[in-house]
Write a protein that binds this ligand. Structure first.
Ligand code: WTA
Length: 645
């Protein structure tokens, strides 16, 4: 008998969605009248400044448009409209690495965002449609900057603080940003670290578009200051007025870009637009995390990733909840830090990644029992498949067998959750994302769009457009079409391919099996093997390279690199290549394994057979047919090199 965990009956009574009957009724409604389904929520949830004329415009598929001609502003949706009822409610609860705490109410958030918006307009001439890069630590000013951009209609693009100068430069140039907002640095594990030097490095590489750099002072460490280019936020912000009218934005005006890795080429600037994105961010906060009343919600992601965008800033604030923002790491000063924070702040929803759960489990199996975690109602996970042992520990030790675990499946491109349990309704099977959310049409298909049999793994597809879906790849509509929409059609419309594999069981439960393309998921961070290969290939010693992912107990997957050298290198190639990756992409791109091999397994047409390399990396027997290889003997040589490495 399979383990099934029924929702907590007490919890269900007050949940937004209380039962599977309610869930099924919503699904039925979406099925029968898709546009009517979405219209109801758009009318109820969004404060429209001008009403829309059409719910969904499919005339230029897959460039779908939602709520056309409607006008709204996301910073109004997240701040202003709450002020009448919630001005004294804490909007952002900040805890610094060193335990410093700041509570920013909705009224205070309004002032700070308005000032920030005025600074962007008055001092830097930032206008609607301009791109602004944020390279920020986890401090409240990062959220103010996002909301200030949204207020004046500027398009922000956040670059994760772990990316190097090279990666930052590529993103600044692709977005043609005129302003970079950063901080001198921040604190991690009790020590100051610096971010501004990375911006200096990126801009040293000659970038024409950037006119100015705005620097928030967090740790007042000594940094280089470029007169004329660099501006001190803390010195300037005081003079700005705390009133800045918000720009009425079209439903389909871009809200932000966020670069993410694909299976080919350079990172792509995923574009999210205004109305559909904020609608789904708010709806999923309510449905999946079930935020209510005085809940204090905590998501441990970094704002540099989509989870930080949708589920630290936009979703929680649109839903009018209190969102905790944490500068530090959950294992410092000890493995009880996160649980102490849950206790101290009476956290009601806790959302993190399987990697973090595995680390916390490993470092402190009994640690949760030392704290009062009874405030918790919902536990969430995101970013990679969660394994049953981690799930079990999370459920029992952290949730006291009382909390639903919402295993939320989604992507940068989907803007918000796609497949997830509903905490008050869904009977949960461990380590399973369960069902598509109401309004989301998920199916497991083959590449031609034929449905797979029950239990068979295939490509996870979304067969109807949804409001928060990716609108475009910045500057590359052709790549948008080819990366996400193949030839498969359903009801005459192109089908969205997630790139993930999944299967459906006899009860209709969807289990995500992982990426089906050449994207590696390291600790929940997406890395394109092509992106890593492009960096390594540039090295003078390297003739050829192939990158694959391999299972890792803590990180989910780790990076495994095979290199063929031009000549015998005297160097420590592992260090050499990892240094290169760290400076060109960032530490997250470093490989756990780098093996020098005499050649790569290629077909006669020159295609690298990565499946063979994946099998060798995990020490699995080769089951693939190697007779089509240009040089079948190379397989044995690679196996030998890996064994000896
Ligand atoms: C993976 C993160 C299994 C998946 C929100 C997806 C998951 C990629 C889950 C997106 C989950 C995310 N179970 N796998 N619950 N959630 N993934 O764009 O491979 O950083 O395609 O967005 O993470 O990563 P991204």
């Amino acid at each position: 008998m399979e383990n099934i965990f029924q929702p907590n009956a007490e919890f269900s009574k007050n949940a937004h969605i209380k039962s599977m009957d309610e869930y099924n009724a919503l699904m039925k409604k979406a099925d029968e009248d898709y546009e009517g389904f979405w219209k109801e929520y758009a009318d109820e949830k969004i404060e429209w400044l001008a009403s829309y004329d059409k719910v969904l415009d499919e005339s230029d598929a897959p460039f779908y448009k939602w709520f056309t001609k409607g006008k709204l502003n996301v910073s109004n949706q997240c701040i202003d409209r709450h002020l009448a009822q919630k001005s004294n409610k804490v909007a952002i609860l900040f805890e610094g690495d060193r335990g410093d705490i700041e509570k920013i109410t909705y009224a205070e958030l309004s002032k700070r965002v308005n000032k920030f918006a005025n600074l962007l307009k008055n001092k830097f001439g930032v206008k609607k449609g301009d791109r602004v890069i944020l390279y920020m630590p986890m401090i409240p000013e990062a959220a103010y900057a996002m909301l200030a951009c949204a207020r004046i209609g500027a398009i922000h693009s956040i670059v994760f603080g772990g990316f190097s100068a090279g990666a930052l430069k590529d993103r600044i140039e692709d977005a043609k940003a005129k302003l970079v907002i950063t901080a001198d640095g921040a604190y991690r594990k009790g020590k100051p670290y610096l971010l501004k030097p990375v911006v200096d490095d990126a801009l040293d590489k000659k970038i024409d578009c950037v006119e100015a750099v705005l620097v928030v002072k967090r740790n007042n460490e000594d940094i280089h200051w470029e007169e004329g280019r660099d501006h001190d936020y803390n010195a300037l912000i005081g003079a700005e007025s705390d009133e800045c009218p918000f720009e009425p934005m079209d439903s389909e005006d871009p809200l932000f870009l966020l670069y993410t890795s694909g299976s080919t080429g350079k990172p792509k600037g995923v574009q999210h637009n205004t109305a559909g994105y904020i609608l789904w961010a708010q709806m999923t906060m309510e449905w999946v995390f079930d935020v209510q009343g005085d809940d204090v919600y905590w998501c441990t992601a970094d704002i540099g990733w989509i989870t930080g965008h949708t589920y630290i800033v936009y979703g929680p604030l649109a839903a009018g909840t209190t969102t905790l923002m944490f500068e530090g790491v959950p294992t410092y000063p000890d493995a009880g830090r996160a649980w102490k924070m849950v206790q101290d702040h009476k956290i009601t929803q806790f959302y993190t990644a399987p990697t973090a759960i595995r680390v916390l489990h490993k470092m402190g199996e009994d640690e949760p029992s030392k704290y009062d975690l009874s405030s918790l109602k919902v536990l969430g996970t995101v970013g990679e498949p969660i394994d049953p042992p981690a799930w079990k520990w999370y459920y029992e030790a952290v949730g006291g067998s009382q909390c639903a675990i919402v295993d939320t499946y989604w992507q940068t491109e989907t803007g918000g959750h796609m497949i997830s349990p509903l905490p008050g309704a869904t009977p949960i099977k461990p380590a399973c994302a369960t069902y598509a959310l109401p309004g989301i049409m998920a199916e497991v298909m083959d590449a031609d769009g034929n449905a797979k049999e029950l239990g068979e793994t295939g490509l996870l597809c979304i067969t109807k457009p949804w409001p928060s879906m990716i609108r475009n790849i910045w500057g590359d509509p052709e790549r948008f079409k080819s990366a996400y929409f193949g030839d498969a059609k359903k009801d005459g419309k192109p089908v969205y391919f997630t790139g993930d594999g999944a299967n459906v069981d006899k009860d209709g439960y969807i289990t995500i099996t992982g990426r089906m393309d050449d994207v590696i998921n390291v600790s929940g961070h997406r890395m394109g093997s092509a992106e890593i290969e492009a960096v390594v290939t540039e090295d003078d010693y390297v003739a050829e390279v192939a990158v694959v992912g391999r299972h890792h107990d803590i990180k989910g997957e780790s990076i495994f690199i095979y290199v063929v050298l031009k000549s015998e290198a005297e160097k420590d190639m592992k260090k050499h290549i990892n240094d290169l990756l760290s400076s060109e992409i960032g530490n997250i791109a470093k490989a756990d394994d780098i093996v020098v091999v005499p050649g790569l397994p290629k077909t006669r047409s020159g295609k690298i057979m990565r499946r063979i390399l994946r099998s060798i990396a995990i020490g699995e027997a080769i089951t693939q047919d190697t007779s089509t290889l240009e040089d079948p003997a190379v397989v044995g040589q690679i196996e030998k090199a890996v064994k000896e490495a």
